[in-house]
Design a protein around this ligand. Structure first.
Ligand code: UTP
Length: 476
């Protein structure tokens, strides 16, 4: 093309390709962009694999709204307080503690989500959750990991998955706080991939005149990113064969819970899943069940009323096992799933409110869903695991996620549940609390449960200094 510079040629080539797929609206502000902005948009557009995106979107939307699966309940290892075998739980505790002491375990937290419902300006892990100190979720988790290192006498390497939306701020938070007291060589960050969101006509959307909107590719992206980033090689180089997975937004998480680890190791499971009892049939949590013959998590929107309200002969919900998003994986299984991600981790499409721009280039914050995000779900890997181990967890002590700005699963409910859990530890340990409403905060690096509280040998909180802090609070 004589007379045309290389930039213009590249643009025309890319525009032609986008036109073939009905995606050329992405360039509708081209004439208004300066050189730098054009280059940015062109670079982003060139990286899009249009054929794969079209195929993925068609498959994901084809599945949405398909007939509800036929469900069967699956056997789950119950808590001793719910009829489970107490001796088996004790044996599992020993086995898990041994696994930790042998350095076989790493922790993986997924922290790449955009926290849209919470509406927090920053990565969710930076949310100030401490009822008294306002320590962040990350700081609280670092305390738990320090406690585990102390008890097991072994580093518990911590892998933190970020995304383009959270990476810079997350690394800065750790750098500014000396990795919250952990050796920096035992804290590894890796980034998940991004994928383009699409409007209801299947077209890409613009976030700015020079930028296509992309979302992190879902928590299932953790398994593929572990492989592609080299983090999985690093995990295996350390002699670790077991990965404890959790989500950043649950302040009650019992990281690397030895009993859970023990059951997983004893079962020689490739993947495990901890479940909690649903508080009512309408609770918005996925349930673990066999769906059309295959173990998996069925999202609350995919269950029909017949299964949702089904009860057994004792009048208990038949599908009571809510997915707490706490998993354990063998490293070999992560590798297998990640290498065959298209088979085991299909993309799902869900309607979301996606911030975009109008035809004048002005920002639009939609009040209703205006497009679909494509995401991989980590629990889809359950379908590929042989065998799977399913364990009941104690909701009141282990699960209270921060999802929404208020109401259920909010910072208020999570802090309330955190204080109630601390209160239960102290009660069990026979440590006296002041009368009346109090906020409680415990340093997890020193105490992580009633047994350690008891071992401190203290009788009253007033003697516990910074380890157990108590503050009179009318609202607590
Ligand atoms: P959620 O699905 O609750 O998403 O993620 P979120 O980003 O926290 O909140 P919303 O949906 O935008 O309101 C559950 C966990 O999975 C992580 C989140 O960081 C959270 O720990 N996650 C989610 C990722 O790491 N990457 C993703 O692409 C999605």
């Amino acid at each position: 093309m004589p007379g045309k510079n290389r930039g213009q040629q590249n643009f025309e080539k890319t525009l032609g390709r986008f036109r073939d797929y009905g995606q050329d609206r992405v360039f509708r502000f081209w004439d208004r962009l300066d050189e730098q902005q054009r280059q940015r948009l062109l670079d982003q557009a060139t990286a899009v694999d249009l054929a794969t995106l079209e195929r993925t979107h068609a498959a994901a939307t084809g599945r949405t709204g398909s007939r509800p699966p036929k469900l069967e309940a699956v056997p789950i290892v119950r808590l001793p307080s719910h009829g489970g075998d107490a001796a088996a739980a004790e044996r599992a505790f020993e086995r898990g503690s041994q696994g930790l002491a042998e350095g076989r375990v790493a922790a993986l937290v997924v922290a790449g989500g955009q926290a849209t419902r919470l509406g927090f300006d920053g990565p969710k892990g930076a949310y100030p959750v401490g009822p008294i100190s306002e320590r962040t979720l990350f700081e609280q988790q670092a305390q738990k990991i320090r406690g585990l290192r102390r008890r097991s006498g072994h580093p518990l390497p911590w892998y933190i998955m970020t995304s383009a939306a959270t990476d810079v701020a997350t690394r800065a938070l750790f750098a500014d706080n000396d990795s919250f007291g952990l050796p920096s060589e035992d804290v590894t960050f890796f980034q998940q991939g991004m994928v383009q969101s699409l409007d209801f006509e299947g077209r890409m959307m613009l976030e700015r005149p020079d930028r296509i909107f992309e979302n992190p590719n879902g928590h299932g992206g953790s398994l593929t990113a572990l492989l592609s980033s080299g983090a999985l090689d690093d995990i295996e180089r350390r002699g670790v064969d077991t990965v404890f997975y959790y989500q950043v937004d649950n302040p009650l998480i019992r990281i690397a819970d030895p009993t859970y680890l023990g059951f997983h190791l004893e079962a020689e499971a490739e993947m495990s899943c901890k479940v909690i009892r649903k508080c009512d049939p309408m609770e918005k949590v996925g349930v673990v069940a066999r769906a059309d013959g295959k173990i998996g998590v069925i999202e609350y929107s995919e269950i029909d009323d017949e299964h949702r309200f089904a009860t057994d002969e004792n009048g208990e919900l038949e599908f009571w096992a809510g997915n707490a998003a706490i998993h354990i994986f063998s490293t070999a299984f992560i590798r297998r799933v990640a290498e065959h991600a298209d088979e085991f981790l299909p993309y799902h499409a869900s309607a979301k409110r996606i911030p975009t721009i109008d035809d004048e280039g002005r920002p639009v914050q939609p009040s209703e869903p205006n497009g679909r995000k494509l995401e991989r779900f980590v629990f889809d890997a359950l379908g590929a695991a042989r065998p799977v181990c399913l364990i009941e967890g104690d909701r009141s002590l282990e699960y209270s996620p921060i999802k929404n700005a208020e109401g259920t699963d909010s910072p208020t409910s999570a802090r309330r549940d955190l204080i109630a859990a601390y209160r239960s530890w102290l009660d069990t340990a026979g440590i006296e609390l002041p009368k009346g409403g109090v906020a409680i905060e415990i340093d997890h690096s020193r105490v992580d449960g009633p047994d350690e509280a008891r071992q401190l040998g203290i009788r009253r909180c007033a003697e516990a200094g910074e380890t157990i802090r108590v503050q009179a609070r009318e609202d607590a």
